[in-house]
Design a protein around this ligand. Structure first.
Ligand code: NAP
Length: 281
């Protein structure tokens, strides 16, 4: 019987703990979110982050810019937020409008306020095997979900599909640090089913339906990070959930798996940065 890796349930448990902690704090963290352009999915994500933060007792401000915003304007705002003692955490919602160099923008965030853990400082610390200020939200959420179900990646073969800075690369590093043997795959991997067939754990972060039951070995763990809408508008993951349920020991659903864990990690990171910055900034 396949067990569901229930991200909503764990998110609610994490939120209950965070709410209790925040209720006891006299001063609250503040999360600042920069939203540039009018991507409808980004607008929904940002609205949800703000609402979630406020429900927990975290202050949240959203700074919106039109699609023709300049890099200079964004850099000036980040500098202002970096220097504002009231701001605990800064998030720049991606994707940014096409005229903006996202690396320049992310690089400008003070690492101590980089709630996504995506600045070169924090990613560099992670890749060097040192402690970043915070771990990137989706990879952190995946590890929390595995831990919750007692799935220890040590000595396991983990196949990560997708090599983005946001998900694939950092989750592979975090799994390496947990003593997994990690294989990374991407769009130029020619023999994907041969590789996934040898995996104890598959983490798929692609955004296309690419994983079927024939690609997996019995009793493996499948973490589905992908999100996309099919031709009918339905939200889907990378994995054929019905088919894979016949063979996997654990599977994370879409929606309700990694998505809720990403937002839980964002809230955890905001509180962690607030507590650390209070002592050092
Ligand atoms: P991304 O930057 O677009 O990366 C996608 C990766 O998939 C790339 O490395 C690409 O390879 C690889 N790929 C594409 N086609 C492939 C194929 N046929 N076989 C194997 N690999 C293939 O995306 P991302 O930001 O990492 O996000 C990945 C997915 O996760 C998206 O659906 C996104 O919406 C979702 N996501 C979900 C959450 C959540 O909270 N649930 C959070 C973040 C992202 P190349 O490098 O060779 O192009």
């Amino acid at each position: 019987m396949t067990e569901i890796l229930d991200g909503k349930k764990l998110r609610d448990k994490i939120f209950a703990g965070l709410k209790t902690k925040l209720d006891r704090m006299s001063e609250k963290p503040t999360l600042a979110v920069i939203l540039a352009g009018n991507d409808p999915a980004s607008q929904i994500y940002v609205r949800n982050k703000k609402k979630t933060a406020e429900n927990l007792g975290i202050n949240s401000i959203v700074i919106e810019y039109p699609a023709d915003v300049t890099e200079t304007e964004l850099l000036a705002k980040i500098s202002e937020l970096n220097n504002d003692k009231k701001i605990s955490a800064i998030l720049v919602q991606l994707p940014l409008p096409k005229q903006i160099d996202k690396f320049r923008i992310i690089d400008a965030i003070l690492p101590q306020k980089d709630v996504d853990g995506l600045t070169p400082y924090n990613l560099g610390k992670l890749f060097a095997g040192e402690q970043p200020y915070v771990y990137p939200c989706t990879p952190k959420g995946i590890l929390l979900l595995l831990d919750e179900y007692g799935i220890n990646p040590a000595e396991k073969h983990v196949v990560v599909i997708g090599r983005s800075n946001l998900v694939g690369k950092p989750v592979a590093q975090m799994l390496l640090q947990r003593n997994a043997t990690v294989t990374m795959c991407h769009s130029h991997t020619t023999n994907l089913p041969d590789i996934t067939k040898t995996a104890d754990i598959v983490v798929s972060a692609v955004g296309k339906n690419i994983i079927g039951e024939k690609m997996l070995k019995s009793n493996c763990v499948v973490v589905d990070v992908g999100i996309y809408r099919d031709e009918t508008g339905k939200v889907r993951g990378d994995v054929d959930f019905e088919g894979v349920s016949n063979i996997a020991a654990y599977i994370s659903p879409v929606p309700g798996g990694v998505g809720p864990m990403t937002i839980a990690s964002l809230m955890l990171n905001t509180v962690e940065l607030f507590e650390r910055n209070k002592q050092s900034l």
